[in-house]
Design a protein around this ligand. Structure first.
Ligand code: DGP
Length: 115
């Protein structure tokens, strides 16, 4: 999608600190980190958010959640200490970028409930 900032990051049209990439996903450091480790994992193809997911995206999301994310957590050395995985959706969910992204946040003790 031409006016999507995360598509531009995935296509290397704008700079970001990429920490992981494969054929279908890319992960980069959040511009406004909320913890020592704050990574965004996105599908390379444009999906606006959780509401736009279809059954055809099951393998892609399974790959992101079950392969890319655990590998990143391990590589960042937060797999054992723990971390939080967040997908914000829509206005009440405070989704600001309309390209599906999974927040991987760690490196400090989290609080609950979230604000
Ligand atoms: P959300 O509220 O779930 O839509 O989170 C969007 C996140 O994206 C937010 O934590 C800040 C981050 N972000 C926004 N624009 C950019 C950007 O251009 N580069 C990077 N690395 N992160 C961005």
């Amino acid at each position: 999608m031409s006016d999507c900032i995360f598509c531009k990051i995935a296509n290397k049209e704008i700079d970001s600190k990429i920490v992981y990439e494969d054929e279908s996903a890319v992960a980069f450091r959040d511009l406004s980190p909320q913890a020592p480790e704050h990574i965004l994992i996105i599908p390379k193809k444009h999906i606006g958010g959780v509401n736009e997911l279809t059954g055809g995206d099951a393998a892609l999301m399974g790959h992101i959640m079950a392969e890319a994310l655990p590998k990143l957590a391990k590589d960042l050395n937060i797999a054992e200490s723990g971390y939080r995985v967040v997908i914000n959706s829509g206005e009440d969910g405070q989704q600001t970028v309309k390209h599906l992204h999974v927040h991987l946040i760690g490196g400090r003790k989290m609080t609950w409930p979230p604000g």
